[in-house]
Each structure stands twice: as C-alpha cells, then as structure tokens.
Design a protein around this ligand. Structure first.
Ligand SMILES: CC(C)[C@H](C(=O)O)[C@@H](O)C(=O)O
Ligand code: SF4
Length: 449
C-alpha cells in the first residue's frame, strides 16, 4: 500500500493496535536522563513492575552535571545522579555515565554514538528529542508518566499528528548557518504554527545540509510548536553511517523511501539564499530579527518583554553590550559548531567585560576539538573550556548569569529566567556568539573581518 508520507509509513510500521483516538506504538529506543526519569522508576517500583526491554533503554546524566572541576555538587543533584546510577544497575540498562567516553547531552550522544537509525521510533523524557529526527527516525519528547509506561511496556499510545512539510532551498550566505534557518522560520511563522503537526524538513538546498545542521534545525522544531521534526533520510544520512553498518542503513533507507506519495496537510517553503544572521530580541524564540535590523515596535501585549530585556524599540540590536557568551547545548554544541566558532575567534581576544564559555555537547566532541587544538584557540582568546553537559542552556547545574546580565547564547530557549533569574538571553549561532564575545556587544561576524 502507498503510504501518505514518510512519517505515516514509520508510524504504521510501529503500530500495534488502533484505539479510538490513539494508536499504540512500539518504541525502538528509550533514552533516559537524570532529571525526568526518577519519578518514573518510583512508579514502576510502586506497581512492582520492571523494565520491559533493558537492551532498548539507554541512560545518561547531562542536565545536572558540573562543567568545571572545582564545583561541589549539592545534595539534591547528587541524589539525582545516584538514582540514575542505581536504577541502571537494578534494571540492567546501559548508562553512559560521566566517566565514560560516550558521555554527553542525551540528544548529542544519541546521534554521535549512532544509537538512533533511520526508521526507528525513539522517545525520551525531554522536549528536544525531536533533534534526533535529523537522521530520519521519528523521535519525540514525553512526560514522566509516559516514561514509566515505556519502561514497563516498550510501547506508547499516541494521537497521530497532522503532517506539515517545510521545503528548504537555496544556498546559505557566508556566516549564515542552520541556526539562522531555524530562527528565520520562527520569526516568519511564530512559535505555535507546528502545534499538532509533525514537521518534515525537505532538504532542497544546493549543497545539502549536513546531519549536524539538520540536528540544529530539528532541535528547534519543538520551539515551532511541533513535537516531531525530521528530515527524510537521503545520501547524506546514509554517509553518516559510514563505518557504522552503512550497507544495512542504505537498505533500510531505500525501502523506507519506496512508495511514498508525499501528501501533507500543509506545506511551507523557505529560500535560505535571502537570509542573514539572526538574533532573538525578546523572551520567546519567535522574537527574532536579522542582526542588522532594529528591534520591532511594541504592541499592547508585549511591553513586558522590552522591560525584561532592557531594550528599546526602533534601536539596533547590534551594539547591545553583553556580559556573557555561551557556546554549547544540544542545538549548537557539536564539533562543527565549535569549529565554526573557533574560526571566528582565532587571532582575537574576548572583550575584557565578557565572560565567555564553551561547553562541548559531549565527551567525544570535547576530545575531537582538543585533538585539533581548538581548545587552545578558545583558551588563548580568553574563553573557558568546560566539560560536557547542558550547562547554561537551562542552568539546572548552577552555570548561570547574574541577575540583570545579558547573554548571547547558542541554545534554543530565551524564556524569562532560563539562564538565571532576571538574566537576558539572546539566541544566536555559534559564529554570532563568538564575534559578540570579541566585540563585547552583539556583533555580526562579518564586522570582525
Ligand atoms: C529538563 C528537561 C525535562 C527539559 C526539556 O524537556 O526540554 C530541558 O531539557 C529543557 O531543554 O528545557
Ligand atoms: S542542552 Fe538544553 S535544550 Fe538540550 S537537553 Fe539540555 S537543557 Fe534541554
């Protein structure tokens, strides 16, 4: 039978039974982190159940981990870490612990360790699980009670989402990145247009986006309102599995792409040749403008944002003084992101008034960067070179700004208080963050040349 589109085909392949409003799906891979899993395990214990498929369950510890050596872990954080360790022993699933070479932010390591493959269903108690759709699996974030359900049954009942395709075409200008594509989509269409949809990104760009770039875009699918985001797998995807059972992946990809009719409820297209570097100005990722533009007019309902962010309408965003620069997170903490930032930083110094930190997305990213000497470039410029983790993306581990400080950040959320109480966040690409760290103010990388 011809499937409506890629997503529907995968959904149908994992369908166990249909209920009135929901479909019961088989879950191929369940990823766990220390913050969203403890209650689920307690629930399991209360009900005297066990983990149904330990071999399809993998845990990590990323949100709470310190990223510098000298920081004491408080008791509450230590308890979360210990609970994860104890559970991995008790229920016999693999834990990519902090001392492991495979440790890192859950969404970064799942791609890097090739834990995810095209055609899989993947869940995790984390909203940015959509990141993994970069390689053509369907992956989505779930709540704690759903984590418990998947632990116990390896299945989940879900309502099938509607289908939206975003065609991405053209050729990116110098210094313009995948992050800018995601921010551009958010600026144009807002942060709710994806609600109730799975987003298929259709890569029609001239040189094809890399898996890292696709991951950055899928990562922000949830900021667009969509629980699911993915790229249909193609040659780029197959190549990503070179030396990871590539021939098998090729066969899977070929069969998944067979007999699709590409029918969607809605279609949008974006030509990336026209876009420039972007920066967010407000407290929602959709509050985004091009770096050379002025901050938009106030409306009756958004005056609070100007107040919180300490900004004036009709003034340039470029030139706003910053206190902190953060390069990291599951949006932009991969090797290619850090390398791109290093290229901007090389030969420059971080402004005296700025604290700048790089937090690699994983241990492997950190080592790969160090093997190439990228750490020295950052350290010589005045950046702090940290250990991997979520860090200042969500500030659960205590890495945060001081009240009133302004951060330019490669992460994905600029909500009030996200990077510390009263801290002002501007989302941008690694290149923009690097250039801004040097200038001490929001800066276009082109202006450093
Ligand atoms: C702590 C976790 C549950 C949360 C999420 O679901 O996304 C975090 O990763 C985030 O980015 O806000
Ligand atoms: S890096 Fe940020 S967005 Fe990603 S999982 Fe961690 S806290 Fe969530």
């Amino acid at each position: 039978m011809m499937a409506r589109n890629y997503f529907s085909k995968l959904w149908n392949q994992h369908l166990i039974s249909e209920r009135e409003n929901e479909d019961l799906l088989y879950i191929d891979l369940h990823l766990l982190h220390e913050v969203s899993s403890p209650q689920a395990f307690s629930g399991l214990e209360d009900k005297k159940r066990t983990v149904r498929r330990p071999s399809r369950t993998v845990g990590t510890i990323d949100h709470i981990v310190p990223t510098n050596d000298d920081k004491d872990i408080d008791e509450k954080s230590y308890k979360l870490i210990k609970t994860m360790r104890d559970n991995s022993i008790k229920y016999d699933f693999k834990l990519l612990d902090t001392n492991s070479y495979e440790h890192g932010i859950v969404h970064v390591i799942a791609l890097e360790q090739r834990l995810v493959k095209p055609g899989m269903t993947v869940v995790c108690g984390d909203s940015h699980t959509c990141t993994l759709g970069a390689i053509g699996c369907i992956s989505w974030g779930i709540g704690t009670s759903q984590v418990e359900h998947v632990l116990a049954t390896q299945t989940l009942a879900m309502q099938k989402p509607k289908q939206l395709q975003i065609e991405i075409s053209g050729k990116l200008n110098k210094h313009v990145t995948a992050k800018d594509i995601a921010l551009e989509i958010l600026e144009k269409h807002g942060s709710r247009f994806g609600e109730g949809y799975a987003i298929e990104f259709f890569d029609q760009t001239d040189s094809k986006l890399s898996i890292d770039e696709r991951a950055t875009i899928c990562n922000m699918g949830i900021e667009m309102g969509a629980r699911y985001a993915y790229f249909k797998p193609d040659m780029t995807t197959i190549q990503f599995y070179k030396s990871h059972n590539m021939n098998k992946v090729r066969d899977v990809v070929n069969s998944l792409n067979e007999r699709l009719i590409n029918d969607f409820d809605q279609k949008i297209s974006i030509n990336v040749s026209d876009i420039s570097c972007k920066v967010s100005w407000g407290t929602n990722p959709e509050d985004t403008i091009s770096i050379n533009d002025t901050i938009p007019q106030m409306t009756l309902s958004n005056t609070q944002k100007y107040d919180y962010m300490g900004i004036e309408p009709d003034t340039l965003i470029k030139g706003l003084k910053i206190d902190l620069a953060f390069i990291g997170s599951c949006t932009n903490g991969r090797y290619s992101d850090i390398k791109a930032a290093a290229e901007i930083i090389k030969g420059h110094k971080v402004n005296n008034d700025v604290t700048a930190i790089v937090v690699p997305g994983s241990e492997k990213v950190k080592r790969d960067c160090e093997n190439e000497g990228l750490d020295s470039i950052f350290i010589e410029a005045g950046f702090e070179w940290r250990k991997p983790g979520c860090s200042m993306c969500v500030s659960i581990n205590g890495d945060m700004g001081k009240p009133g400080q302004r951060i330019v950040s490669t992460s994905n959320r600029n909500f009030e208080g996200r990077q510390g109480p009263r801290v002002k966040t501007h989302l941008a690409s690694p290149q923009v963050v690097a250039a801004s760290a040097v200038k001490g103010e929001i800066c276009n990388p082109a202006d450093l040349e």
